[in-house]
Design a protein around this ligand. Structure first.
Ligand SMILES: Cc1cc2nc3c(=O)[nH]c(=O)nc-3n(C[C@H](O)[C@H](O)[C@H](O)COP(=O)(O)OP(=O)(O)OC[C@H]3O[C@@H](n4cnc5c(N)ncnc54)[C@H](O)[C@@H]3O)c2cc1C
Length: 501
């Protein structure tokens, strides 16, 4: 016998869950949000997204003015000096397909692309505040230029601001968010329709009946056993950038009632972080620590070598925003899983503010730098000498485009932004792989209904955010996780409220 009854249960309190809860409420449902974590850890990975960059389709500054608050308050003369390239839907779609090697589900990819801006506008209408993203911009001839990366906005105060804003909106609407309450099992009828959840909370084990359930409880990135099982040896001991609470429970409870797995279960978003970062949750759970972000995305400006002093990837393949999510797995394959980014005096001060608390290793010669890094000096000297000889200096460096300033005759190549490492002092920092989220999920259709292993939607079951399989394979275009969350969450919540039970 159920202890409580509502129309829609939402599991999780991240961005996807809160979008689902508010959409279901708007559609007239009585909604209950159940969150496993305590208040200090509310909001899942969404809250950890320090910058919370938002990839979405837009037509440039005229579009952005409609919903980016900070643009509306800037003096017109300032705004007129901004060059923000449009990010049309077809380019967003192509980027998504390119980085996922054509494997992203075309319907889900189109959904993300088409709904990204309308959903952002819906959120702004609810009370969220957006700001212009200045990361990577350069001032040339009095004009501020945005790189052609498709990124132009972020929520005020990043992921923490986004989550606080969602919780404020939920509170205003009278939606209960029950913390420290773990969803442990899905309840089903005789015909396998989902009719509620079992929970473990302050009152112990209880059942809550509902017409529908939206699962938005993240991937299995914080579960070492599941990482070893699905990603392979060594992944159990890798560092985790985000929340400790995304341990895959939502996935397992759906699979237990016959849901169909989908997507790239043996792959994940794993980027480059400070080798001294904590094993879990970076340093930026507390708002005041977010300045000590552990991201180290400067490699396009220099070279990266392993502990043998060898380069092992094309540091200039594309903007870091299109490659960073796959740098982690490559790093873990290197000896000891630690590598070094190397810069010279021309580039070391161009890296982002995220390096401000970095402990640098500094030397006036490459041999001395190698010795300090405990790399064989001749090996690093050879790498730098061969790299420098290969740099084709036929055009000026331009960081706002893929400038084609490349290497010739060295392997691996550097395809863009190639510059000789020749101006002391030389600086190096140790970096390693940092897990963000797993790509494996549940099979969903564009209505966010979860499919069973016989290819039919499971009545009453919806998924959103990281739990949805089919969006990301191998790699990921930066700034797509939060948009996937709010797009899929809004759709899941609306359908959960209105579909017949
Ligand atoms: C450090 C970092 C930086 C990032 N930066 C960006 C960025 O700039 N831009 C971008 O687009 N994306 C970014 N991402 C990715 C993005 O934040 C996430 O993929 C996305 O926000 C996940 O949203 P979600 O709602 O699906 O899951 P989450 O926000 O992780 O929420 C899942 C929630 O479910 C809860 N939960 C888990 N199990 C249960 C259970 N059994 N019962 C109840 N609750 C449960 C968890 O506690 C958690 O609160 C970043 C991620 C990290 C970690």
């Amino acid at each position: 016998m159920a202890n409580e009854s509502v129309d829609v249960v939402v599991a999780g309190s991240g961005n996807a869950a809160m979008a689902a809860a508010v959409a279901a409420h708007e559609a007239g449902a009585r909604v209950l949000v159940l969150e496993k974590a305590p208040y200090s850890h509310r909001g899942g990975n969404s809250r950890f997204s320090s910058g919370a960059t938002l990839r979405h389709a837009h037509n440039g500054i005229q579009d952005l003015k409609g919903y980016v608050h900070s643009l509306q308050t800037l003096p017109a003369s300032e705004v007129e000096s901004y060059d923000i390239p449009p990010y049309p839907k077809d380019v967003f779609y192509r980027d998504l397909m390119r980085v996922t090697k054509g494997l992203a589900d075309p319907d889900l990819a189109a959904l993300l692309v088409n709904e990204s801006q309308p959903t952002l506008r819906w959120m702004v209408g609810l009370g969220h505040e957006l700001e212009l993203l200045y990361e990577g911009t350069v001032v040339v001839g009095g004009r501020r230029k945005w790189p052609a990366t498709g990124l132009a906005a972020h929520p005020k105060d990043g992921g923490a601001g986004l989550i606080d804003s969602w919780l404020r909106i939920a509170q205003q609407k009278g939606i209960e968010v029950r913390l420290e309450t773990r969803v442990t099992r899905l309840l089903v009828t005789g015909r396998n329709a989902v009719c509620g959840v079992e929970i473990l909370g302050a009152q112990g084990r209880q059942e809550i009946s509902s017409k529908a359930v939206v699962l938005a409880c993240g991937g299995f990135e914080a579960n070492p056993q599941a990482r070893a099982a699905h990603l392979g040896p060594g992944w159990d001991i890798a560092r985790v950038r985000g929340t400790r609470y995304n341990t895959g429970e939502g996935l397992w409870m759906a699979l237990a009632i016959g849901a169909q797995p989908a997507g790239h279960w043996s792959s994940l978003h794993c980027s480059t972080i400070d080798a001294n970062a904590p094993l879990m949750e970076g340093k930026y759970l507390q708002f005041e620590n977010r300045g000590t972000n552990t991201n180290r995305k400067g490699w396009v400006l220099g070279i990266t070598v392993n502990t043998l002093g060898q380069r092992y990837f094309d540091e200039g393949e594309h903007f870091a925003n299109y490659t960073y999510a796959k740098t982690g797995p490559m790093m873990l394959q290197q000896p000891e899983g630690i590598v070094y980014q190397i810069y010279d005096a021309k580039t070391s001060n161009l890296v982002s503010s995220e390096y401000q608390h970095q402990t640098w290793v500094v030397a006036d010669t490459i041999a001395d730098l190698a010795q300090k890094l405990e790399i064989h000096p001749q090996a690093l000297e050879k790498t730098v000498r061969e790299f420098n000889a290969a740099v084709v200096e036929d055009r000026p460096l331009d960081r706002t485009i893929c400038d084609g300033r490349h290497t010739e005759g060295v392997w691996p190549p550097k395809s863009n932004w190639a510059q000789k490492i020749d101006t002391p002092p030389y600086k190096a920092c140790a970096v390693t792989a940092g897990i963000t989220f797993t790509y494996g999920g549940l099979k969903v259709n564009p209505r966010m209904q979860v499919f069973d292993v016989q290819e039919s939607p499971i009545p009453g079951l919806y998924a959103a955010g990281e739990m949805t399989g089919g969006f990301f394979y191998h790699n990921y275009p930066s700034g797509s996780g939060i948009p996937r969350g709010f797009v899929t969450g809004r759709i899941a919540g609306g359908n959960a409220a209105t579909d017949p039970s």
